[in-house]
Design a protein around this ligand. Structure first.
Ligand SMILES: [Zn+2]
Length: 171
């Protein structure tokens, strides 16, 4: 069951993040987003300071590019949680260590969550070198570039006007 703090804005859930560092970074990332986007991401969960494989959240142990999911920040999508009962599946942003407790990392991961929520919108043109990794990273990086004009030195509106327009309609 999700508790809500009635004195806070609607999107601020009462959650236990393990440390103020995680809490402040997550709140900072949400605060950097327009209301319409925040509301779409409101149901996303966070797993902080815990190995997600040990916790049983994910059924896979490595990312598409071969990195261990035990110690990198990532978004655990619903389709990777088929080993869990349906009522326990929840899009979850995993922040295994405090290295990931910063607004920039969390905003990138929220971009991944939004991608899933929007039904895998695409294709999105890669705006950074990392965005060339795959369609998932292209979307998350475009999302970051949209929120932070100086993110990669390129303007999303001119790089991918379709993605820019999508984000604008969500605001
Ligand atoms: Zn990513």
């Amino acid at each position: 069951m999700t508790e809500r703090c009635t004195s806070e804005p609607r999107y601020l859930r009462v959650r236990r993040y393990g440390s103020a560092l995680f809490h402040n970074a997550i709140v900072g990332a949400f605060d950097s987003l327009p209301k319409g986007v925040r509301e779409r991401l409101d149901h996303v969960d966070f797993l902080c300071g815990v190995d997600p494989v040990w916790a049983g959240l994910t059924s896979i142990e490595t990312s598409d590019d071969g990195r261990s999911l035990r110690d990198i920040a990532y978004c655990d999508y619903l389709y990777t949680q088929k080993h869990l009962p349906a009522d326990r599946r929840r899009t979850t942003i995993v922040l295994p260590t405090e290295c990931a407790a910063n607004v920039w990392t969390i905003r990138h991961e929220l971009g991944h969550a939004l991608h899933e929520i929007l039904g895998w919108f695409g294709p999105v043109k890669p705006i950074t070198e990392y965005a060339r990794t795959n369609a998932y990273e292209a979307f998350a990086e475009a999302f970051c570039a949209w929120r932070e004009p100086g993110y990669c030195g390129r303007d999303l509106r001119s790089a991918d006007s379709r993605a820019d327009a999508l984000f604008a309609t969500l605001s």
